[in-house]
Design a protein around this ligand. Sequence first.
Ligand code: GDP
Ligand code: MG
Length: 370
Amino acid sequence: PESITVSELANRMAERAADVVKSLMKMGLMVSINEAIDADTAELVIEEFGHRTVRVSDADVEQVIDTVEDKEEDLQARPPIITIMGHVDHGKTSLLDRIRQANVVSGEAGGITQHIGAYQVKAESGAVLSFLDTPGHAAFTSMRARGANVTDIVVLVVAADDAVMPQTVEAINHAKAADVPMIVAINKIDKPAANPQKVRTDLLQHEVVVEEMGGDVQTVEVSAHTGQGIDTLLEAIALQSEILELTANPKRPAQGAVIEAKLDVGRGPVATVLVQNGTLKRGDIFVVGEQWGKVRALINDKGDRVDEAGPSVPVEVLGLNGTPEAGDVLNVVETEAQAREIAEYRENAAKDKRAAAGAAITLDQMLARA
Ligand code: GDP
Ligand code: MG
């Protein structure tokens, strides 16, 4: 923004607004606390108070964050990121639990998975898959709205004894809007009333043409209860992932998306970040939304401390100066000064936006009253 209110300027300098008004008066400007002054005048005031000015713009932010395109030879295959969607009670949570369990049993001895918002499993073929642990359409859409595209494949869960329901249709629309391929898990196949064929024909009515009907959408009959078909589902996902040829460059500074964030009593602000490109390492300096930090520790989905996390790996990040929001993008930068400046710039930009929205409302209210 090219202007700033006197009170906001005073706030940012940690000076009294009345003193700023006085200083402006000395320059021959009669300005009240709530009025705005232009950037050049603000700079004079700042110097007058003996502070340093740092003007950061969107362009500067772009420069600091490494946006150079990856070279073909640096790209390596990365695991797919999967979101499970479907109608309520069709078995999303049960399926996520079953998939996680299956892995714990076959995985490292005593591997206790903790809920960090996402987890990785290994299919029988050895393919690694990353699952977002938060089923539900709200998370999917709000992340997309914030510019974080963190899903490569949607697993649509449809109960075999119930067929296509309103939220099934909603999920189909989300997946289509995001242009993300879908795999249908026909769940509760263990139930006597299960009718998987009805699910397939139902889907046809919503322009989801499954393989059995000559289309290209894979379906897998599963039971979250008995575990039937789970391995097949994982292989189907691995196959779909191969078709997508997902790649990333593990050698570059990390970029990722916040899946979950909270203020932990003992550990301070903690964010689960899904690394999307590059490798996040201990000691890395980063900016994430309006926050910044230096990676103090990385904890994986098994609860183990790790030194680094590559593409598609979910990790808890410790060392933040504040709590970011789900959907915020994390970028590694070179210096703490850069990280702090970008975070402050974003925070101020957000504040200005809110203030502008607030001012518009007040004006509207005044007009309404008049
Ligand atoms: P969500 O709302 O989609 O997360 O569904 P839940 O995972 O909470 O499951 C809803 C209900 O269906 C629960 O009572 C589950 O125990 C049951 N359920 C889930 N999967 C299966 C299954 O494969 N077979 C049977 N028989 N019941 C299931
Ligand atoms: Mg659930």
